[in-house]
Design a protein around this ligand. Sequence first.
Ligand SMILES: [Zn+2]
Ligand SMILES: [Zn+2]
Length: 95
Amino acid sequence: MAKKGQTYFCEICRQKVVVAEEGFGVLVCCGQEMKLVGVKGMMATWTTAHHKPDGGVTFVCNVCKQKIKVVVETTGILECCGQRMQREEASTSQE
Ligand SMILES: [Zn+2]
Ligand SMILES: [Zn+2]
């Protein structure tokens, strides 16, 4: 099960996502489970270097309400709980 703040990536298309809201579903991309990226090493560097990723595309699972932020976007299809995740455009800039 995904935990908030964890990074997952797809070995096939190299898509990379960060968990924004935990859910019980398993993250799937390109038809296979996404791999958990270790929190050590490159993750620490990545956090400081790209604290605010451009785009801010978010995907939500309608079944388990899991929410992920896409860090590296590819054409891979993201799925959770057996169905495609719903794309949410970043529209929360009300400053
Ligand atoms: Zn789900
Ligand atoms: Zn993929």
